[in-house]
Design a protein around this ligand. Structure first.
Ligand code: BGC
Ligand code: BGC
Length: 615
């Protein structure tokens, strides 16, 4: 009873967030069991009837087409028409025609091709099923040239400001709308519990309460109210990765989770409870496993490796039945292939477990998967009722999103409006987020705030390195192969931010030419990484200067500056907390700046504190 009461209190507080004067922070209730979610998006008879009517008319092939989601690089509009595909995604670093510099118009035109392909596919059928395009807009519309890149979630967590999160969601959704896409794979509500995990920065916090307070706000910012369809400046949101991705042993990406069910619920699931209450329509299944007796194999009992993609318990019994989620469960990038007994092209287990849309990315695999699902239905391995459930959910979400009423992507209200990408007010918002995300770890003798009348030596591997500043999932998948002016016009590094503030003539980049009394601003940090690549292997410690040979150069630089008598302010970019004792000892002031994104001006705003922006 105690838990039911605290749970209900939580729901009351969460739904009161719908009011404009939302209470920003809610304390996280204790959950004795998986809660029943009361979503703000209600089932309507009209939509349910219309969906049922369509599902009755659709052929098995048409239904399975809705369930397949290839990667942009592995599909053509002609194939989309032929297979009657329900959606595609562009994976990290996938752009229209492979062009990194594709404009908003180019994206919308590419989206048109698929939209029109599906219109043709259904011509003469007496009904239509519109197409949808999903993207990873995880810190702004980050796959798109000129977009505003907000701090990665770890930095947003450090702001402890749920209102800010909703505003960022809204700005991101508008930038997505300019490219004619419908759907984002965000927010990530992982609660990372081991800093060795290469995806720590994608989670808001290791504290589930922050994630709980943020998830609903990000969903509202991205999707809006979703009562009368999706507004022209909104997109469908996805909560990911269900479940326990932040709790794998030793922080191994796609690894093993051994949490008790009670801790899984209360540490790793709270973000879903608030996001789904706020109306999130899609949940993405996670690559990791969950080692628990309750997690059973759908087909037989031999050698199941407990992968979530095959977990009927977590996907169907918990999420759909107990929690009452009526939206789409999408698999992660060929995640089904990691279930024991499966391959990318063949995995009835994943269908039976309750996944609805299958992110089968490579051409050969999605085509095989498509054929196999059809055969498996005909052979009675997959019941038709399971297919109908999947398709009902897909069509329900598409209908709630108003896709039947939307014109082709390039004709939508905001489509092709280049000036919205990286718009001044979005950059200002990102800069505000950067200011709030900074964490001051040391400030001896009031080294900070800095004075703009001084001369500065701005050095260190991160001082003018947009890759270190933006991290993974930035134009490219791993956030590498990027250069400041070419790939991020309009972005500000710490070097350019200091130059803007104090004037170029007062800024030096060589310790030997910097005038006597110059203050050193040393910017250093991790190189960018995304999933898999960012894990710190068990043979390594979390010590910054030992992780990579190149970091030793930053440490050596700090030592040199100390010998030369510079007063030093270190700005540290990282996707996770790291041991930086030596670096801190050698600095007079030290700031953890996480992965701030394109707006380096937010850092100097606080370092100089000329407009009352204190830490
Ligand atoms: C894609 C990413 C994806 C990854 C998974 C990459 O090629 O671009 O979006 O997450 O593969 O392995
Ligand atoms: C990642 C997801 C992402 C997907 C599509 C996967 O590998 O785990 O977070 O949404 O790729 O890029």
């Amino acid at each position: 009873m105690y838990s039911l009461n605290t749970y209900l209190t939580g729901i009351v507080l969460m739904s009161s967030m719908n009011q404009a004067q939302a209470q920003a922070h809610t304390s996280l209730p204790y959950f004795a069991d998986w809660p029943k979610i009361v979503s703000v998006v209600k089932k309507t008879q009209e939509i349910e009837d219309a969906v049922k009517n369509l599902v009755e008319k659709m052929t098995l092939e048409e239904k399975v087409g809705q369930m397949i989601q290839p990667d942009l690089r592995e599909v053509t509009p002609e194939e989309a028409e032929h297979y009657k595909l329900g959606s595609i995604l562009n994976g990290g670093g996938a752009w229209p025609n492979g062009n990194k510099y594709a404009t908003a118009k180019d994206w919308a035109k590419e989206s048109d091709k698929y939209y029109l392909a599906l219109e043709r596919a259904y011509a003469g059928r007496g009904f239509r099923v519109p197409f949808a395009w999903a993207t990873d807009a995880v810190h702004g519309h980050n796959n798109v040239f000129k977009a505003t890149l907000f701090p990665h979630n770890i930095g947003l967590g450090a702001t402890n400001n749920p209102n800010l999160i909703e505003r960022i969601g809204a700005a991101t959704a508008l930038e997505i709308a300019t490219t004619g896409l419908d759907w984002t794979f965000a927010p990530t509500v992982a609660v990372p519990r081991d800093y060795r995990w290469g995806r720590v920065y994608e989670g808001y916090s290791e504290d589930p309460e922050i994630t709980y307070n943020y998830a609903s706000r990000m969903v509202r910012g991205l999707q809006g109210e979703l009562e009368k369809g999706l507004a022209s400046d909104k997109v469908i949101s996805t909560v990911k990765h269900w479940l326990g991705d932040g709790g794998t042993e030793m922080g191994v990406d796609r690894g093993e989770n051994h949490y008790s069910e009670e801790n899984l619920i209360n540490i790793h699931a709270p973000g879903y409870f608030s996001a789904l209450t706020a109306g999130a329509q899609v949940v993405m299944t996670s690559f990791n496993s969950w080692h628990n007796e309750k997690n059973y194999n759908v087909i037989g009992n031999d050698g199941y490796n407990y992968k979530l993609h095959g977990s009927k318990y977590i996907v169907n019994d918990v999420l759909k039945d107990q929690m009452g989620f009526d939206g789409i469960v999408v698999t992660d990038w060929n995640g089904h292939s990691e279930i024991s007994g499966c391959t990318s092209g063949n995995c009835p287990q994943a269908v039976l477990a309750g996944n609805d849309v299958f992110m089968v990315t490579a051409r050969k695999d999605w085509q095989t998967f498509y054929t196999n699902v059809i055969t498996q239905v005909e052979a009675g391995i997959i019941p038709m009722s399971r297919i109908d459930d999947a398709v009902t959910r897909i069509l329900r979400v598409k209908m709630r999103a108003g896709l039947w009423d939307k014109p082709q992507p390039s004709l939508r209200e905001h489509a092709g409006k280049e000036s919205i990408l990286g718009a001044n007010d979005h950059r200002a918002l990102a800069r505000e987020a950067v200011r709030q995300s900074l964490v001051l770890l040391k400030n001896n003798d009031n080294t900070l705030p800095l004075k703009s009348t001084d001369a500065f030596l701005v050095v260190g591997s991160g001082s003018n390195d947009i890759q270190k500043q933006t991290g993974g999932w930035s134009l490219t998948w791993q956030g590498d192969e990027n250069e400041i002016d070419r790939d991020f016009p309009g972005a500000t590094t710490v070097l350019s931010a200091v130059q803007n503030l104090v004037g170029e003539t007062q800024v030096f980049t060589d310790p030997d030419t910097a005038p006597e009394g110059s203050i050193a601003v040393v910017v250093m940090g991790e190189d960018p990484y995304a999933e898999m690549m960012g894990d710190i292997k068990r043979s390594k410690t979390l010590e910054y200067s030992n992780l990579k040979r190149s970091y030793a150069a930053d440490l050596a630089l700090l030592k040199t500056l100390k010998t030369k008598g510079f007063k030093t302010v270190t700005v540290f970019f990282s996707g996770r907390p790291l041991y930086t004792s030596e670096e801190i000892m050698l600095s007079d002031a030290f700031v953890a700046a996480w992965l701030p994104g394109t707006e380096g001006g937010g850092i100097t705003d606080v370092l100089f504190n000329e407009s009352g922006y204190d830490f």
